[in-house]
Design a protein around this ligand. Structure first.
Ligand code: KG4
Ligand code: ZN
Length: 349
């Protein structure tokens, strides 16, 4: 954490973070980098459609944003006039969803006369490890981040708060999609990742074997796995229409085991290549108990130093946006009103 934790006048720095890149509307407040409030409103409306419907997501953000920001300020026990800056998600994400957060942040910064700070959503997932929270340990640089979410799967070398190098990434589906699509094939509602995790706890991970993709270097591929699961289940349900129901726990455990192995194989390769064995996980899928256990095993058996964020900082949240806002504030990196949200945004920006 940078030395300077207060502003020029030795006043505390209060950063409001706003996140609206996908289907969660979130707001959080940090005081000098310490979490003082963290609020999220989930959008249940997408469950029935088997995935996020962009138009419905942006409409729900419009409804949620004012109450969520109000609740975050109230919980923090501060007035909006106390804020030092407003940080918000600039991208990547759904354009209509991002637009709600960006417009809100711009008007609030204009009204209060305080700086605006645009934040990269995936960098925020990684930098969530720097939120000052008594239950978390800060990683030292350099470290490797495994970013696993509904939209991303990457191994990133992190050399400083602002230096990121992508060492490998998925060539097709993200790991969260692999979980969600497999769950959908088994008839689960969206997002099915947490449900697979739940059922897997009761199942045998070696009950069914799914082949792992062969991809060079540190890149990943998950689309073949989804197809393999689909064909396997089509074949099985022909003989036994209740096959999925009868084997839900074993199927979930076997799918999770395969996905976790794919991730761990590449991570081991990355540690070998870079000589860096400090590993931090980031993104919604880092809530998965299979990957958490595999990493803790590696910590014990391979001597890795593993950083696992608190659950509320893994899925989309605004505390991670606020911590990047704080780090950028200290570094003098501000945005202006001409900023537009970006659906795609490489990690290099
Ligand atoms: O980072 P995130 O909240 O949203 C973005 O994609 O940016 O990640 C959401 C993804 C979904 O695919 C969801 O199914 C997955 O994270 N996920 C999980 C678990 N919790 C969330 N996947 C597997 N096991 C979990 N426990
Ligand atoms: Zn995310």
């Amino acid at each position: 954490m940078p030395e300077k934790a207060k502003d020029k006048n030795n006043k505390s720095i209060y950063i409001l973070g706003i996140e609206s890149s996908c289907d969660d509307t979130a707001a959080a407040v940090l005081k000098d980098g310490k979490i003082i409030s963290n609020k999220v409103t989930n959008q249940a409306i997408h469950e029935q459609y088997g995935g996020v419907v962009p138009e419905l997501a942006s409409r729900a953000h419009q409804q949620n944003i004012v109450p969520v920001v109000d609740a975050a300020l109230k919980d923090a026990g501060i007035d909006k006039k106390d804020l030092s800056a407003i940080a918000f998600t600039e991208g990547p994400g759904l354009l209509g969803s991002l637009l709600v957060g960006v417009s809100f942040a711009k008007s609030m910064s204009l009204a209060l006369g305080i700086p605006l700070i645009g934040v990269h959503h995936m960098k925020a997932h990684i930098l969530a490890h720097f939120i000052q929270d008594n239950e978390m340990q800060l990683p030292e640089f350099p470290f490797l981040a495994l970013t696993i979410s509904g939209g991303h799967t990457q191994i990133v070398q992190v050399d400083s708060h602002f230096d990121f190098k992508v060492l490998g990434e998925t060539l097709d589906d993200a790991v969260g999609e692999a979980f969600d699509k497999s769950a959908k094939i088994m008839g689960m509602p969206y997002p099915g990742g947490p449900l697979i995790d739940k059922y897997a706890a009761e199942g045998n991970p070696k009950a069914f074997k799914f082949t792992k993709p062969r991809v060079d270097g540190l890149n990943f591929s998950f689309s073949g796995l989804k197809t393999a699961i689909l064909y396997f289940l089509q074949k099985q349900t022909k003989d036994n229409p209740d096959f999925i129901k009868d084997n839900l726990a074993d199927l979930s455990a076997s799918i999770q085991y395969t996905i976790v192995n794919i991730l761990m194989d590449k991570l081991k390769k990355a540690v070998e290549q870079t000589g860096i064995n400090r590993i931090a996980i980031a993104g919604g899928v880092s809530a998965n108990s299979g990957i958490r256990k595999a990493l803790l095993d590696a910590q014990e058996q391979l001597g890795w130093q593993v950083f696992i964020p608190k659950f509320e900082y893994t899925t989309d949240n605004a505390a991670m946006i606020a911590i990047v806002g704080y780090l950028k504030y200290l570094d003098g990196q501000f945005s202006d009103l001409s900023l537009v949200p970006k659906a795609r945004m490489p990690l290099k920006t």
